[in-house]
Design a binder for this molecule. Sequence first.
Ligand code: CDP
Ligand code: CDP
Length: 215
Amino acid sequence: MSDHVAIAIDGPAASGKSTLARQLAAKLDLIMVNSGEMYRAVTWKVLQDGIDPKDAEAVIAALVEMDIECSVAEGRSVVRLDGRRTGDELRSEAVNGSVSAVAAIPEVRNRLVEMQRGFLEFGNVIMEGRDIGTVVFPDTPFKIYLDADAGVRAGRRVAVGEVDSVEDRDREDSRRKTAPLQVAAGAAILDTSGHTIESGTEAALELLREQGLKL
Ligand code: CDP
Ligand code: CDP
């Protein structure tokens, strides 16, 4: 086991996880890992190969052949598919609409969770997703569950021009059998609805200090 620290940030879509993780990573010199990108990358490849994302058997067969590689560049996680760095295509409407189905498949999760834990080899990590505090790093004392009003969250996606049915995705992510979105034991809950990015970051840092974070 590595001695590095893991900070777990979980919450529904557009609650502000990536924003918070980016801010804290810069402040505390942490590696920022966006675990959602990994589920999005698998989903993008599945769609690219013409596979029905709801056909779990076909997805699992494709997963076995998939060349997924994770590394760190400029302090954040990078996902490569077949050697090529992934980018904006991961946030397409098609991926937004299919990622929850792919992420509900236990075999997909097993492979990605193992890769996610591997980031601790590189240094102290802040990782955001849905099951970081419950499954990926259940033993870390540093856990935040971010939330925001449903209307605020939907508005945040529209504001950046993304087509994303946040409500449907949250429902699927919360109801699935394997690693559903839920508040992890020991997590501090932070509602970002009324926060600016700066005030939300300060509030999160205070909660982490209360949990004993010394960085
Ligand atoms: O940015 P946003 O919160 O909208 O989504 P994301 O973090 O990019 O995650 C996309 C999707 O991946 C989620 O809706 C989940 O279905 C899945 N996911 C997951 O199941 N577990 C994680 N740790 C991270 C993402
Ligand atoms: O990663 P997640 O999907 O949880 O959310 P995000 O991508 O960090 O944030 C979604 C949007 O909300 C971004 O455009 C942020 O700039 C914005 N945001 C905000 O307006 N106020 C906050 N306190 C946090 C995020």
